[in-house]
Design a protein around this ligand. Structure first.
Ligand code: GLN
Length: 286
């Protein structure tokens, strides 16, 4: 069967529930994963190499199941990560956090303000995307990553193996502050904790709300900064001199999140916007 024809069939089915651009990128991902077909193959109308019964897949897509869960993986910062419903699907905004971390480290290392083999902690690692990407890009770093979910830790360990980096994964309930005193010091502390409020649910897309793990997304409306309070307090005590902390944040709370770090006595705190112009990260230097 003609590849172009398959592409058009899949596209028109998926375009019934997703806009044109999203539908196109979903079809490209499906054809690449299930058929090994590239955009060029489609363009040249190279024939399919094997039969493709896509009814079941289309059904799942129409239920808004994320394509990344259907194919079981996604790309993040140039690497492949396995994903499952136990883990959030890594977002492009989080790639920006990795980028900022690498640049901040390089800048401080050049000035010899931070060790060239830094100890890094990632709190709430999920797929392991932050921990693994920083481990892969900061040579000689020693990376530790926490998560409360055993399922997520299992996935993160597989991703470290897949990407051939060493990360020390530990099951930690970070909001239980009694464990903080038992933990060592770090040069860099990173986190993309849950930060979505329940009252934001009505604006969320079905593919996020109905399929991604609520444990990784939501915080109580009464205390939306709960993780940042714990992180700022912990970072103040557990960062080495000239160490830094970068956290991904809810766009609605840039100033409030930064204030938590100012109050702990960090010497420089910045709210940083993402590619879409929204307040998305706080960077705090000790
Ligand atoms: N940015 C994610 C979303 O909009 C949420 C990530 C998080 O809660 N840490 O779905």
């Amino acid at each position: 069967m003609s590849t172009k024809k398959i592409f058009q069939e899949l596209f028109s089915e998926i375009n019934a529930v997703y806009d044109e651009n999203e539908a196109k990128s979903i079809v490209y991902l499906l054809l690449e994963h299930f058929q090994g077909i590239s955009k060029t193959d489609i363009l040249l109308d190279n024939p399919l190499k094997k039969a493709f019964d896509y009814q079941e897949i289309i059904h799942r897509i129409k239920q808004h199941e994320p394509v990344q869960y259907i194919i079981g993986e996604t790309e993040f910062y140039g690497r492949i990560f396995k994903v499952s419903p136990a883990t959030l699907i890594p977002r492009p905004e989080t790639e920006e956090l990795v980028e900022l971390t690498i640049h901040t480290f390089q800048d401080l290392a050049k000035k010899q303000l931070i060790p060239s083999s830094p100890k890094i902690l990632d709190i709430g690692t999920g797929t392991g995307c932050i921990a693994i990407s920083t481990a892969a890009n900061i040579q000689d770093s020693v990376v530790t990553a926490f998560d409360i979910s055993e399922e997520a830790l299992k996935m993160a360990k597989q991703n470290a193996l897949l990407n051939e980096v060493n990360v020390n994964f530990e099951k930690v309930d970070f909001l239980d502050e009694s464990v903080h005193d038992t933990l060592p010091v770090f040069d860099i502390i990173l986190s993309n904790p849950p930060y979505v409020m329940n009252l934001e649910k009505q604006e969320m897309e079905h593919h996020v709300l109905d399929f991604e793990p609520h444990l990784a997304l939501f915080v109580e409306d009464e205390n939306p900064l709960i993780f940042y309070k714990a992180i700022a307090k912990f970072a103040k005590k557990h960062l080495t001199e000239n160490g830094f902390c970068i956290v991904e944040i809810n766009q609605a709370f840039g100033t409030e999140t930064a204030d938590l770090f100012w109050k702990e006595g960090f010497k420089s705190v910045e709210v940083i916007k993402d590619f879409f112009g929204k307040d998305r990260m706080v960077k705090a230097l000790l």
